[in-house]
Design a protein around this ligand. Structure first.
Ligand SMILES: Cc1cc2nc3c(=O)[nH]c(=O)nc-3n(C[C@H](O)[C@H](O)[C@H](O)COP(=O)(O)OP(=O)(O)OC[C@H]3O[C@@H](n4cnc5c(N)ncnc54)[C@H](O)[C@@H]3O)c2cc1C
Ligand SMILES: *[C@@H]1O[C@H](CO)[C@@H](O)[C@H](O)[C@H]1NC(C)=O
Ligand SMILES: *[C@@H]1O[C@H](CO)[C@@H](O)[C@H](O)[C@H]1NC(C)=O
Ligand SMILES: *[C@@H]1O[C@H](CO)[C@@H](O)[C@H](O)[C@H]1NC(C)=O
Ligand SMILES: *[C@@H]1O[C@H](CO)[C@@H](O)[C@H](O)[C@H]1NC(C)=O
Length: 583
């Protein structure tokens, strides 16, 4: 019996060896180094049409071969004739709108990492339209089983897997050359409770939100509860709450009051890299729960939903401020504003501002649980300083019965379709106290380097809220300011122009901010893909545990996002296209 077994099982042995050769990809050599890559179109192991078709049945016909929306402006795509005037003009007008992108299968709002090989063109184009770095296939998931089927298919076939929610990622992590994408945008279920009964010590209101729920939707639904409630979400109306945002930490207008979004997560429903549907909270899979709260987007699991704490609505006041003076007085104004960051967050405030060239627009200062008199008294030291320095400015104060009304009235909508590189730096209270003017001088370096701008946030998630044990960089507990640096670069620019811009961002612009803030850190959702020592910069002392948990929960690297735990051995070779592991 024992001896015969190998003979009897010969056919399946052959099958097993062909499977295992599929699982061990061949060696690829690039720039003198050896790699094993994910499987790509043209490789022998790339799934056949009938295998894709089986997947399509498993996901209820929701699998699509990707055709970039810009293809409608070109004569042809992939050999098929394409031009369609109506679709082309819709793609052109949608391109600059966040809401349009959120509804698309795979486009990115920040287009740089798609490689600009098929952006919509103003007039009919006879040029080439190719996928560039967009995925090959996308599952428009409608049920959790579809997410599971996509994760299983990618794992079993060694495909690059991309999870795409809204397409907001500044750093190109919701796109990927030759990949299979799972789009989670349709997971819009929302359930509020006044009395959370899950595990853990928390008692109070909570909401369970599907992965596809976006910030403003959730704020609005929270505002429609009786009594009205609020949640910690982002400043941007269209970012997905449960996608990359919370997995990277998640700051926002109420974060100095209630902590980061990741501090407010009570439970996650996920599909693991092994394809298991799991719950992660203090009782079930607590180590995964810890990692999902800030350990990195698309790193530990695919999220189906998150349960978050809710809080009672609060009256709120807001202030706008623009500096009118130019030259030295302008920078005195910037210093007067930014050097008071600790004061703002110690009062529970959040501030959003944009700084470039000779322009500082603060819109708005958010004062949760404040009225007009209160916010003006908190800001009195700022106005006193501006006046004594002789800085010209314009300002306005408004008060609202609820945070939601302030949010709707005072935050501006943002546009999409911008192509550029981003970096950034988080500043702690110690840095503001000991080197506030040095930080403002670094801002000056940024703003006076042609093309660079700062998107700034005054935020102190460790100020008002209790400290939660999770994966976010512990330095967030001491933070009072976080800035994004950005510069415009076309995705179609030459490789050397792209590298020059990236080097300038990393080694001049972000370096100035790093040098000015020895106690600072960086933010994985709004950071520099070439951040030096990114493990330390994004996670600090939490990194070793995150690396261990990545090895436990995703040993073969089914999930991938650049500069997240465990990606040290992975590289995008061939000009950012094929994802490969060094051997
Ligand atoms: C205009 C703008 C404003 C922003 N404002 C804020 C802000 O106020 N506060 C803040 O903290 N951040 C902010 N961000 C950054 C934001 O948090 C990140 O871009 C975040 O990654 C977006 O997540 P998403 O799911 O909406 O986007 P996507 O681009 O779809 O996904 C981003 C990342 O998350 C992964 N991901 C998406 N869905 C899932 C899922 N279901 N399961 C597992 N992984 C998933 C993706 O694979 C990718 O790696 C802003 C970004 C932009 C562009
Ligand atoms: C999957 O099935 C649907 C419905 O039959 C079809 O519209 C779609 O084109 C199929 N996808 C692929 C990749 O063949
Ligand atoms: C990406 O763009 C570069 C030019 O910046 C080009 O050389 C390269 O071929 C493109 N790659 C793909 C896969 O589109
Ligand atoms: C919440 O549930 C607990 C236990 O079931 C109960 O004692 C408490 O009164 C409830 N609170 C509210 C606000 O409903
Ligand atoms: C936060 O600041 C305090 C006071 O300066 C310091 O003792 C502590 O180590 C800091 N925490 C982190 C995580 O940097």
């Amino acid at each position: 019996m024992y001896l015969l077994a190998p003979l009897l099982f010969l056919p399946s042995l052959t099958l097993a060896s062909s499977l295992s050769s599929r699982q061990t990809p061949p060696i690829t050599t690039w720039n003198g180094k050896q790699y094993r890559c994910k499987t790509y179109p043209g490789d022998a192991a790339w799934p056949t049409a009938s295998t894709w078709s089986t997947l399509n049945s498993t996901v209820g016909g929701n699998l699509f071969k990707v055709v970039p929306p810009g293809a409608s402006c070109y004569n042809s795509f992939g050999g098929a004739s394409m031009y369609n005037q109506q679709q082309c003009s819709a793609a052109n007008s949608g391109w600059s709108k966040e809401d349009w992108h959120a509804e698309q299968q795979v486009t990115n709002m920040w287009t740089f990492y798609t490689n600009h090989t098929c952006n919509p063109t103003a007039t009919r184009s006879s040029g080439q339209c190719t996928l560039g770095h967009l995925p090959e296939y996308v599952i428009m998931a409608k049920a959790k089983e579809h997410i599971k089927a996509g994760v299983d298919f990618a794992r079993e076939n060694n495909l690059r897997l991309v999870i795409r929610n809204t397409g907001h990622d500044f750093m190109g992590r919701s796109t990927g050359f030759g990949s299979l994408a799972i789009n989670t945008h349709s997971f819009k279920s929302v359930a509020f409770t006044k009395n959370y009964t899950g595990p853990g010590t928390y008692k109070g209101g909570a909401v369970t939100a599907g992965a596809g729920i976006q910030v403003r939707e959730l704020y609005r639904l929270a505002n429609q509860q009786s009594p009205k409630v609020v949640v910690v979400g982002g400043e941007c109306p269209t970012v997905g709450v449960a996608g990359g945002y919370i997995q990277g930490g998640g700051h926002g207008p109420l974060a100095s009051f209630y902590g980061m979004a990741a501090d407010n997560a009570l439970s996650f429903e996920v599909v693991s890299a092994a394809g298991d549907l799991l719950t992660a909270n203090t009782e079930s899979n607590p180590d995964l729960f810890w990692a999902l709260k800030g350990g990195g987007p698309s790193t530990f699991a695919a999220i189906i939903s998150v349960t978050l704490k809710t809080f009672p609505e609060i009256p709120s006041a807001g202030v706008t401020l623009s500096i009118r003076s130019t030259g030295d007085l302008f920078w005195k104004g910037v210093a007067a504003f930014h050097n008071l960051a600790n004061t703002y967050v110690e009062n529970g405030m959040f501030v959003y501002y944009e700084l470039s060239g000779n322009s500082l627009n603060i819109q708005p200062f958010v004062g949760p649980n404040m009225n007009k008199a209160k916010i003006e008294s908190v800001l009195k030291p700022l106005f006193d300083k501006l006046k004594s320095d002789g800085v010209q400015y314009t300002t306005a104060t408004r008060e609202f019965p609820t945070f939601f009304e302030l949010y709707t009235a005072m935050f501006q909508d943002e546009s999409a379709g911008f192509s550029g590189l981003v970096g950034g730096r988080m500043f702690t209270k110690q840095d503001i106290t000991s080197n506030g003017n040095g930080i403002v001088n670094a801002y000056k370096t940024v703003a006076s380097s042609g093309g660079f701008a700062i998107i700034g946030h005054i935020v102190g998630p460790g100020t008002g809220a209790p400290v939660v044990d999770n994966a976010i960089h512990p330095k967030w507990r001491n933070a009072s300011s976080f800035s994004i640096t950005m510069i415009q670069v076309e995705g179609s620019a030459s490789l050397s122009a792209k590298q020059t811009a990236q080097d300038r961002l990393t080694n001049v612009i972000d370096k100035a901010l790093r040098d000015a803030s020895p106690n600072g850190a960086a933010y994985v959702n709004e950071g520099n893909l070439e951040e030096p020592n990114w493990q330390e910069a994004f996670w600090g002392s939490n990194y070793p545990r995150l690396l261990e948990l990545k090895k436990k929960w995703d040993p073969s690297g089914v999930f991938y996002a650049k500069t997240t735990p465990g990606t040290e051995e992975w590289e995008s070779i061939q000009y950012g296209s094929k994802l490969c592991k060094r051997v």
